[in-house]
Design a protein. Structure first.
Lengths: 269, 234
């Protein structure tokens, strides 16, 4: 049986050889994303839900809301909870059991892209100061893993939040009325945060890798931006990134993000 | 007083059913099954080496099912991870499928079946089993036949087919609601049977006949979806 967890050496050599000529197996340039297909409202019991397909990578993201108590240090502010599950259904390399590091990191990085960009105005999600606030759950599930789950998850989270409708709430019984479908959306900023993740393979930097490419990358950098501000970053994996490379990444991100924005624009209205 | 169904269905009428094969490209076999507002997806990986090794069987391959619901598939968010309920349904699903599988040619291996409920409106275990049977066939696992799962029940005193969420968990009048999910092979062997509620033997006999009849309907939908997946490949 083949090891499903690795790109074969011969393929790896060929990928690197191609990158030397600024080419990739699927004909993309080094800084091109795959086509993005989006379907919203895929799970009707969620307050908002979306399926994002990027090439063969596919994620399902849903928003649920419930009423709870605020944290002591932010009595006027709603809560955000982002979790990710790498479903064994989505790849032979994911197994059942409690979330392992890759799932935890995916949830946390996506959390920060949303939270730090101030995309959601959490003060507007306060029902009663110090007592009752909305908690917004964003749950991310992989459906088919073919690389770059980070950026697919962030796009999914943003569009699911955009589509979410706040359920009804009865302050007397303190019950959330999930069956009552309001038309009230979440308090969101006009601009949306988008993340892109650069992957370093040898001396090359690429975005939106397929799994084959992701497997042989030595390091990655995720940048979350809203407008022209960078609001979250994460460098992942073992290898170091040279200062010049990091600057290249930081300076190049905005251009790529605006291209991604164009691809998903029509779902942001 | 006889019970009248809220969605206007006849008592022996299934919800609209949809099936599609090949929904997860990474998997060896996969399928989606939808009944009304309930949507299940299933993916099959294997036969592959059984881990942990001590669970290997040198005489035959094994099937291992994992059923779980997506956190936002229901109104009140479910905490991610396996619950007691999903653990039981996983095992029930395994038992429902095992009798039709021919795994003696694959010693020491496991066929993993992962079922996720995307959207829940009752009957999720039936939808899951239907999707899983199709995914196994799509993966080319040797099978004697498919299996088909349908639930029937009793609303107060009226027998009905394929309960939706209101009928399954919110209806409280008279004798309340009884839910009986059943899985069968096309030649009429029952591989899974559960019952929750209150019903007499005579009515239960009727239920079984009702389910057997509608299993044939669903079976045709499953077969059709599998055929279509081959035609698409040309």
């Amino acid at each position: 049986m083949n090891n499903p967890n690795k790109t074969p050496y011969a393929t790896a050599d060929r990928i690197i050889e191609y990158l030397g000529q600024s080419k990739r197996f699927d004909g993309r340039g080094l800084e091109d994303f795959r086509d993005i297909e989006i379907e919203t409202d895929v799970s009707k019991n969620a307050e908002g839900s979306v399926r994002v397909k990027m090439g063969k990578t596919e994620v399902l993201v849903g928003v649920k809301m419930s009423v709870g108590t605020p944290y002591a240090d932010s009595p006027k502010s709603g809560n955000l909870m982002v979790t990710a599950e790498l479903l064994p259904l989505s790849s032979p390399r994911f197994e059942n059991g409690p979330p392992r590091f890759p799932a935890i990191e995916l949830g946390r990085v996506t959390d920060r892209i949303i939270r730090e960009s101030k995309f959601v105005d959490f003060e507007k999600l306060c029902i009663e100061e110090g007592e009752k606030v909305w908690t917004v759950f964003v749950d991310i599930y992989s459906l088919n893993h073919d690389g770059n789950l980070f950026d697919a998850a962030a796009i999914g989270a943003v569009i699911a939040l955009k589509n979410a409708k706040i359920p009804g709430y009865d302050p007397k019984t303190e019950k959330v009325l999930y069956e009552e479908h309001t038309t009230k959306g979440l308090p969101l900023s006009k601009d949306v945060p988008i993340s892109i993740t650069y992957y370093k393979i040898g001396d090359h930097l690429i975005v939106d890798p397929t799994l084959e490419e992701e497997d042989i990358s030595e390091a990655r950098v995720t940048i979350g931006m809203l407008g022209d501000n960078i609001s979250s970053m994460q460098k992942g994996n073992e290898a170091g990134i040279a200062v010049e490379d990091m600057k290249k990444i930081i300076n190049g991100a905005e251009k790529i993000i605006s291209k991604v924005h164009k691809k998903i624009e029509k779902y942001l209205k | 007083m006889t019970y009248k169904r809220t969605d206007g269905r006849k008592n022996d009428e299934l919800r609209p059913v949809k099936a599609k094969v090949g929904v997860i490209p990474n998997a060896d076999g996969s399928a989606m099954f939808q009944a009304g507002k309930t949507i299940a997806i299933a993916a099959v990986y294997g036969p592959r080496k059984m881990h942990p090794q001590h669970q290997q069987d040198p005489t035959k391959g094994k099937i291992r099912c994992t059923y779980n619901m997506i956190s936002f598939s229901v109104s009140d968010r479910i905490r991610p991870g396996m619950s007691r309920r999903s653990t039981e349904i996983s095992k029930i699903t395994e038992w429902a499928l095992e009798p039709v599988l021919l795994l003696d040619k694959f010693p020491n291996t496991v066929v993993d079946v992962f079922i996720n409920i995307i959207q829940a409106d009752a009957g999720t275990r039936c939808a899951g089993i239907n999707a899983a049977a199709m995914a196994l066939a799509h993966a080319g696992i040797p099978m004697k036949s498919l299996v088909t799962s349908v639930s029937a029940g009793k609303m107060d005193k009226t027998l009905v087919l394929d309960l939706d969420k209101y009928e399954d968990s919110e209806f409280k009048e008279g004798e309340g609601s009884t839910d009986i999910p059943i899985t069968m092979t096309p030649d009429g062997k029952i591989t899974h049977f559960q019952l929750d509620g209150k019903i007499n033997a005579k009515q239960l006999n009727e239920i079984i006949d009702m389910v057997q009849k509608s299993c044939k309907e669903v079976y045709e939908v499953q077969k059709e979806a599998l055929k279509n997946s081959i035609e698409e490949k040309g």
